[in-house]
Ligand binder design. Structure first.
Ligand code: ZN
Length: 180
């Protein structure tokens, strides 16, 4: 049997890829995801995202470089393995080399379950300490979120689902925001 080409799931075992591909052909990925997660979170603004990120950082990564900016980014496409972006700009301030850190999260994650937002934020926070996607990096991710690997897989399944032209599964917090 051919290896299905699922660009967001590269590196996963063949049997997993075949299963996802089969479900995609039967248009079942959406239901699989919505059965697991019924609701979106309420982190809707850059301000709210900033607070959310800082809270997690304070809890797990005290002492990591400070973040100069945290924002949703509507131009950020979730491709090329960039689940989010993390940039580090080094500047000389006086005699010190200071590093300026930013975390940007694709706007897509405004309308996802809380678990997906957490996964993406944990991923980007882990990059404050670990640059590469190596063992140390994933260890840090699972320390911050024990279900990290499962969640990253589900996020990738969601991206696979969207790529086939399907609608977003969880919609907008617009109503949810009004309720608050
Ligand atoms: Zn990364």
């Amino acid at each position: 049997m051919q290896t299905p080409v699922l660009k967001y799931l590269q590196g996963y075992p063949l049997d997993v890829l075949q299963q996802v591909s089969h479900m995609q052909q039967q248009d079942k990925l959406g239901t699989w995801l919505t059965n697991k997660y019924a609701q979106t979170h309420s982190v809707r603004t850059d301000r709210a995202l900033h607070d959310y990120v800082q809270e997690l950082k304070k809890e797990h990564l005290r002492g990591a470089d400070p973040l100069s900016k945290v924002a949703f980014d509507s131009k950020l496409h979730v491709v090329k393995n960039a689940l989010g972006t993390h940039t580090s700009i080094s500047r000389v301030q006086g005699s010190q080399l200071k590093s300026k850190r930013e975390i940007r999260v694709a706007s897509l994650f405004k309308d996802t379950p809380a678990e997906f937002l957490k996964m993406i934020v944990v991923h980007e926070l882990a990059h404050l300490r670990e640059r590469e996607h190596d063992k140390a990096f994933y260890k840090l991710c699972t320390y911050m979120e024990p279900a990290y690997h499962q969640l990253e897989f589900e996020v990738r399944v969601y991206l696979t689902h969207l790529e086939s032209g399907a609608h977003r599964l969880w919609s907008s917090g617009f109503d949810a925001a009004k309720k608050d």
